[in-house]
Design a binder for this molecule. Structure first.
Ligand code: DGL
Length: 266
């Protein structure tokens, strides 16, 4: 048993989609989330910079909150910094890309898998590589949709303008006959309805956060790190900026009367 909290980090509100799954599947665990709103988006940034920012966020969670495990609830940061943080930190560190690829491989029937993600994740080819490692028969169809991050951050999920952007971007898949689409940015499950409407009902959306939380459960069980049954401390939310907007999105999406605390990180 280990009653320390689990840390989750992202560039912004996207990581909350992984937190929501964790709160559902791991109700006994205390969660500390930090979003790097002051420096988001991460997608267009150079890899080295994302590595440095990820180090700083992880260090905040470890030194201030004494976390027992870290979930990089961001695909861009997973691609840039997972191996680095796994090597440097004394606690288990888990990312979202491999779990996303595993879930998509399980889901697809025709082996044609679309991937939408940030500029950085698409440029790195992290998903095509992960899919190829799991199953050489899989074909990946990657499309960068950095614009979707802004839609989520502005909380404009259901506007006509947002739907138009989603329709236009996802039209790129029209010829590909994909049957599965990986939401390869943790912001994208916030846009799930619009994405599904744009891509059509025959394509199954995969949220890598779900498989990530299942892998987290496995790690906690194997390493005897689970929180004891019974009462736990309240989950905590931090952001490096944009507090009001962040708090509003978090409250609506997680359906909780939560507070977000501003922190300085550098
Ligand atoms: N939510 C992040 C991801 O999963 C990144 C969004 C951004 O900051 O560009 O990649």
């Amino acid at each position: 048993m280990d009653n320390r909290p689990i840390g989750f980090m992202d560039s912004g509100v996207g990581g909350l989609t992984v937190v929501k799954t964790a709160q559902k599947l791991l109700p006994n665990e205390e969660i500390i989330f930090i979003g790097d709103e002051a420096r988001m988006p991460y997608g267009p940034r150079p890899t080295a910079e994302v590595v440095e920012f990820s180090r700083q966020m992880a260090s905040f969670l470890i030194t201030k909150n004494n976390i027992k495990a870290l979930v990089i609830a961001c695909n861009t940061a997973t691609n840039a910094a997972l191996a680095v943080l796994q090597a440097e930190l004394p606690i288990p560190v888990i990312g979202v890309i491999l779990p996303g690829a595993i879930a998509a491989n399980r889901q697809t029937k025709n082996q044609k898998i679309g991937v939408i993600a940030t500029l950085g994740t698409i440029k790195s080819e992290a998903y095509p590589k992960a899919l190829a490692e799991i199953n050489t028969k899989l074909r990946a169809y990657p499309v960068a949709c950095q614009e979707f991050v802004e839609i989520a951050e502005k909380n404009e999920l259901h506007t006509t303008a947002a739907q138009k952007v989603m329709n236009e971007k996802l039209a790129e898949f029209r010829q590909d006959q994909i049957d599965t689409l990986i939401l390869g940015c943790t912001h994208f499950p916030l846009l799930e309805e619009g994405i599904q409407a744009a891509i059509g009902p025959d394509v199954t959306l995969v949220d890598p956060g779900v498989e990530t939380v299942h892998q987290l459960i496995e790690i906690l069980t194997k390493q005897a790190l689970q929180h004891a049954e019974g009462p736990k401390a309240q989950d905590q939310y931090y952001s490096t900026g944009n507090i009001k907007n962040f708090e509003e999105i978090a409250r609506t999406f997680l359906n909780q009367d939560l507070r977000v605390e501003e922190v300085k990180i550098d």
